[in-house]
Design a protein around this ligand. Sequence first.
Ligand SMILES: N=C(N)NCCCC[C@H](N)C(=O)O
Ligand SMILES: O=C(O)CCC(=O)C(=O)O
Ligand SMILES: [Fe+2]
Length: 362
Amino acid sequence: MATDFKSIPLIDISPLLAKWDDLNMAEDEGVAEVVSKLDQACREAGFFYVKGHGIPDSLIKEVRNVTRRFFHLPYEEKIKIKLSAATGYRGYQRIGENITKGIPDMHEAIDCYREMKQGMYGAFSKPLEESNQWPINPPNFKQLMEEYINLCTDLSRKIMRGIALALSGSADECEGERAGDPFWVFRIIGYPGVSCANGEDTPTNDIGCGAHTDYGLLTLVNQDDDITALQVRNLSGEWISAPPIPGTFVCNIGDMLKILSNGLYESTLHRVTNNSPKYRVCVAYFYEVNLSTQQCSLFLFFNFCLSFSGPLSMFLFREQPNFDAAIEPLDICIQRTGGTKKFEGAVYGKHLVSKVQTNFVM
Ligand SMILES: N=C(N)NCCCC[C@H](N)C(=O)O
Ligand SMILES: O=C(O)CCC(=O)C(=O)O
Ligand SMILES: [Fe+2]
């Protein structure tokens, strides 16, 4: 975010999706136009809406509907999948358990993370190495969300190809050899509506989620289409609303893309306040990292050799997400920003674990 933007741009990405896997995509006029809009949006706001994304509207709505049904269940039902350090920070957290900059957030949520094989990355990934906890009620919850997550993963990868071109890299600049198996985070969130406390006329103004930046590359927000609650901070510190635009996702840049782009793009601060009397649902998919490391290539090699020793080893050595990717500013971006690295590299998984471990009071 480098400007005093007053609204958030809307981009129709269908030309990019039509050519995303075409080696000459950058020469296509339609793609070039999308790329230039992405570049402008990422520089100016770090936020943009996308339409023409190809994910069926019926699925997007159904994801919010089952979410609403879950949060309306009695508390005893919801804590059956309660999040704790012992569950790898996966599962349900009640209102006020997530904290941002020391202040409890007025939201409840289910947190999910791409699952990882135990012991894969050494000690640092241990805190997150458990399985997701899905509600058994509504019964189709897990299946529906997994289908949705897969579509969001594909879509994010394609948008990231456009962003890689916008950074004047190659389309797959932000991917490793093992692209296609990225690490993701998924948050299913509910924000209670405000009520007028003690008969006062003005509703209490509770912060649904305090000002923060997202941790990875790109976020896709699926928000209720009748409540304006998400706000994005511009350069002079004004909070600009991101009202719902039916049929779109709100997309924003996370900390890993800020590092990769050497600050050309920034992860913009945003927050949520639900001042409406209605309960608000939001389902956020976070496309976190998709760059492989040296370690990963070695692992791939072993995996390749072992794949000849039968189906069992194929199963044991199935692909793992690149949770341990070391993120450094890309050379092309260093050149474009005056030749010096503005950020030290970060190991993605360490960044995530340090955030998650300080996000809860329970
Ligand atoms: N995985 C992501 N990006 N989650 C965003 C949650 C932001 C709130 C959190 N308490 C914080 O302070 O970061
Ligand atoms: O509720 C929203 O609109 C956004 C939530 C968000 O920013 C987050 O979970 O990181
Ligand atoms: Fe966020």
